[in-house]
Ligand binder design. Structure first.
Ligand code: SF4
Length: 353
């Protein structure tokens, strides 16, 4: 079997930062209990690994004892949650991805000017709940073009759309086109809200999937960007499945398939991808071809609230950045496992982006 391994895949800068935040807190807070509001990132293994180290995940601030430490997840929270945390005198460490914060800031800015905001996204997703909370009176969520007729618009000239950061580019474009048709004067966000990591992972799948008979996406079912990767492959005609780890692989999927594309969502630790590759190679033999589509070098620093807490504890935050070099890791891992492998650079035409 030939395994095509998409680069980039796995952890994005926001997820690295959010995981780093909890790691650092576990390190500096000793026996003090760390509470995380919602899953720090949408990956079952990441959450279970932190839980086994004593982290408590909560779905409401009411569950957090007064004067404790609470971390807000990468998906962001609404101002109401921040206010609740303040009222309980919690030390709140905000691990919201800066690219989610950018959408919050846009929502606040437009709402202050008296504009109405159409937020394209999944109503129940934590990120959309958090963004909507910034200006609930100004924001209406649009999940599908079918939602458009029931929108209540006061002034079509003071209207803007924003989007969730992890949508499928294709699905978002369908909804945006429908919005522009219904409201020709609707404004766009200053720059796309769909983040670089989502865009790059989707573009890589779209470029490579036509060569594969099957696309395996490693990721959890509640990870929006992971689910979108399977949809992109299937929309382009390649069967695809989402698995949390190698234990969920079904040999029947690979009957008659000689080339498999493996990728992973932005919240997936690379060792889970290694587990999938190892299982495929054990069962079917073969080789790995890493396909480098984009070179990602985005990094986010630790949040200011955590840096302040570190200084209070006498720790210089600038000396405490964890950085994992994923690509070098996987190449070294393949070599150690004696799995035949090579790396191929892929150039993407603008029309494919
Ligand atoms: S997927 Fe994008 S928005 Fe979400 S954490 Fe990663 S970089 Fe931030």
């Amino acid at each position: 079997m030939k395994i095509l391994l998409a680069n980039p895949r796995g952890f994005c800068a926001g997820v690295y930062m959010a995981i780093d935040v909890v790691d650092q807190l576990l390190d500096i807070c000793g026996s003090e209990r760390i509470h995380v509001f919602h899953e720090i990132v949408h990956n079952r293994h990441v959450v279970e690994r932190f839980r086994s180290r004593g982290v408590r995940f909560v779905e409401s601030i009411a569950e957090v004892p007064e004067n404790s430490i609470v971390v807000f997840s990468a998906h962001g929270v609404s101002p109401a949650v921040r206010a609740e945390a303040r009222a309980k005198n919690l030390t709140a460490i905000d691990a919201t991805c800066p690219l989610v914060m950018k959408v919050h800031a846009e929502a606040i800015r437009y709402a202050k000017r008296g504009w109405q905001i159409l937020l394209v996204g999944h109503r129940d997703h934590q990120e959309v709940v958090g963004t909507t909370g910034e200006a609930p009176e100004a924001i209406q969520v649009v999940e599908r073009p079918e939602d458009i007729p029931s929108l209540v618009i006061h002034d079509p000239e003071k209207l803007v759309y924003l989007t969730q950061t992890t949508l499928s580019l294709d699905d978002a474009n369908i909804i945006i086109r429908a919005l522009k048709k219904a409201f020709p004067k609707i404004n766009e966000p200053p720059t796309s809200d769909i983040c670089y990591a989502t865009t790059n992972r989707q573009t890589a799948v779209r470029a490579i999937a036509p060569e594969a008979g099957f696309v395996l996406v490693v990721g959890s079912k509640n990870s929006s960007n992971s689910v979108r990767l399977t949809e992109i492959a299937m929309n382009d005609g390649t069967p695809s499945r989402l698995v949390d780890d190698a234990s969920e692989l079904d040999p029947a999927w690979f009957e008659g398939v000689d080339t498999v594309l493996v990728t992973s969502g932005a919240s997936v630790p690379e060792d889970l991808v290694h587990g999938v590759i190892e299982t495929l190679i054990e069962r079917f033999g073969g080789e790995v071809e890493q396909r480098d589509v984009f070179d990602e070098r985005v990094e986010f620093g630790l949040p200011g609230t955590l840096r302040d807490l570190m200084r209070e504890k006498g720790i210089d935050p600038d000396t405490r950045r964890i950085r994992i070099d994923r690509e070098a890791d996987t190449t070294a891992w393949l070599e150690r496992k004696h799995i035949p492998n090579r790396t191929v650079q892929v150039s993407i035409r603008e029309s494919e982006q």
